[in-house]
Write a protein that binds this ligand. Structure first.
Ligand SMILES: NC(=O)c1ccc[n+]([C@@H]2O[C@H](COP(=O)([O-])OP(=O)(O)OC[C@H]3O[C@@H](n4cnc5c(N)ncnc54)[C@H](O)[C@@H]3O)[C@@H](O)[C@H]2O)c1
Ligand SMILES: O=C1N[C@](c2ccsc2)(c2cccc(Nc3ccc(F)cc3)n2)CC(O)=C1Sc1ccccc1Cl
Length: 331
């Protein structure tokens, strides 16, 4: 006997168009953390995995499929052929040459640029209306490269930028004040990594500027102690690499949060890498992180955050540094 009997006269489609399709390119530490979080948070109806390592790719796909009894129904596919990514709403790019400990940004850029010249045109061919969400490092420059290679409007090419940097800062401040990190409102902007720019003047807890309050141990936050906090954010990245060899969970969760705001048109504001020319006195054609509103059309706009003169100067200096690295690129 068949398990189910169709009701006579039913009109059942054979092929259901999935609503939210996300492709993850690169099934390494970061890519799989992003994929797993998107599944756990029920953000996708279809997940496509792409990589050059065929066995690793099939292994990750099977391993995720085997969790079906504990996840909402989702179609999980994988292939080294980009055709599997066709019709994606968002393509998350985490592919990259394995970043060596202590590797410089120019060195990593050279190796990853070559990969992107192959990856981006294939994603664009199969998903011409997708949003590209770039994670691979150096993320600001590779997001600019993806924008140029894709020919997409800038609102549909976004880098995770200082979203991870900002989430680490929010964790540290939340810990010092014994409050929930969701109530620490503030951004690091500019370049992702060592040279990010914390916007202390607009960082608040319960709408109280952090510059005006004492933490749980009665310590007040002067400019110097805040600079120490920024150093801790940078050092924590190096500490994680030293201890576990890579980072995955925080970048996975922070990237899935961006995916949710984009797919569900949440219109939430995140510090992500966007086409920054023309904002805050930036004259170079670069991608840098600015507080941006994310919805189904991608970057809906850049927030007019009050920024001190010194903060703007650091931002403009970052633009010049990135521009110099970029101007030597051949692609
Ligand atoms: N932006 C951020 O905040 C942030 C944070 C952490 C890591 N990262 C970056 O994410 C990237 C990935 O890190 P990881 O730890 O996952 O590295 P990983 O080496 O574990 O994974 C990289 C994956 O990319 C795949 N790959 C290589 N060439 C490819 C190609 N041409 N097409 C498709 N796939 C390809 C590899 O097979 C591998 O599976 C690195 O560039 C790293 O610096 C960025
Ligand atoms: O958490 C990380 N881990 C990485 C990493 C992941 C796998 S191997 C190294 C990391 C950790 C430490 C340093 C570092 N430097 C770096 C070098 C070249 C680049 F293009 C980008 C980053 N990168 C990659 C990366 O971008 C991060 S965030 C990060 C890094 C440095 C300072 C502050 C932050 Cl918030």
């Amino acid at each position: 006997k068949p398990l189910f009997v169709k009701i006579p006269g039913s009109d059942l489609p054979t092929q259901i168009e999935t609503r939210f399709k996300v492709t993850v390119v690169g099934v390494g530490n970061v890519g799989m953390a992003c994929a797993q979080t998107c599944l756990t948070e029920d953000l996708v109806d279809e997940l496509a995995l792409v990589d050059i390592q065929a066995d690793k790719l099939r292994g990750e796909m099977l391993d995720l499929q085997h969790a079906a009894a504990f996840l909402p129904r989702v179609k999980i596919v994988a292939d080294t052929d980009y055709a599997i990514s066709a019709g994606s709403d968002i393509c998350i790019v985490t592919a990259g040459a394995r970043q060596r400990e202590g590797e410089s940004r120019p060195s990593l850029l050279g190796r990853n640029l070559t990969l992107f010249k192959s990856i981006i045109p294939q994603l664009v061919h199969y998903s011409p209306n997708a949003i590209l969400l770039i994670v691979s490092n150096p993320v600001d420059i590779l997001t600019y490269v993806s924008w140029k290679l894709s020919g997409f409007p800038p609102n549909r090419v976004i880098g995770t930028g200082t979203n991870l940097d900002s989430s680490r800062l929010r964790f540290l401040i939340a810990d010092k004040f014994d409050v929930n990190a969701h109530n620490v409102h503030g951004y690091m902007v500019g370049e992702h990594g060592d040279s990010s720019v914390p916007l202390w003047s607009t960082l608040t807890l319960a709408n109280v500027p952090v510059l005006n309050v004492r933490d749980k141990n009665g310590v007040s936050y002067s400019k110097e102690s805040l600079q120490e906090l920024h150093r801790t954010v940078v050092e924590s990245a190096y500490e994680v690499i030293k201890l576990k060899g890579y980072t995955s969970w925080a970048i996975g969760y922070s990237t899935a949060s961006l995916v949710k705001s984009l797919l569900r048109d949440q219109r939430r504001i995140y510090p992500v890498s966007v086409r920054a020319k023309g904002f805050y006195g930036i004259e170079n054609e670069v991608y840098l992180s600015l507080p941006s509103q994310l919805g189904r059309a991608g970057v809906l706009g850049v927030a007019n955050v009050k920024m001190g003169e010194e903060e703007m100067q650091k931002l403009q200096q970052s633009a010049k540094t990135i521009w110099k690295l970029q101007s030597e690129l051949e692609f």
